[in-house]
Design a protein around this ligand. Structure first.
Ligand code: SF4
Ligand code: F3S
Length: 106
């Protein structure tokens, strides 16, 4: 499966949503997650993300490994998103900022 990691937080560009052939993205207030039970490993979303937030599970950086479980858990709690929408208002200002993990809204 593929995994959305910290750099999506407070950006949520949603370009990833448009290319996913199986609609496996789920949306929360300031983050998206991928449902690991639906993702077919097509890789298409990786290049679409301006924040470079999406990794194959095996390639998730060491300090981001907790997002594997976060994606699995929140995919069950959050609704599916099927169409791209506007990024969060301050997305560009948050792009690439370190230490956003504590800001994740559930
Ligand atoms: Fe969807 Fe493909 Fe990305 Fe999985 S790898 S979330 S199937 S676009
Ligand atoms: Fe997040 Fe990147 Fe998608 S910022 S919403 S994973 S395009």
């Amino acid at each position: 499966t593929y995994v959305v990691t910290e750099n999506c937080i407070n950006c949520k560009y949603t370009d990833c949503v448009d290319v996913c052939p199986v609609d496996c993205f789920h949306e929360g207030p300031n983050f998206l997650v991928i449902d690991p039970e639906e993702c077919i490993d097509c890789t298409l979303c990786v290049a679409e993300c301006p924040a470079e937030a999406i990794f194959a599970e095996d390639d998730v950086p060491e300090d981001q490994r907790r997002y594997i479980q976060i994606n699995a858990d929140l995919a069950k709690a959050w609704p599916v998103i099927v169409e791209k929408k506007d990024a969060l208002p301050d997305a560009d200002a948050w792009l690439g900022k370190p230490g956003k993990g504590d800001l994740l809204q559930r």
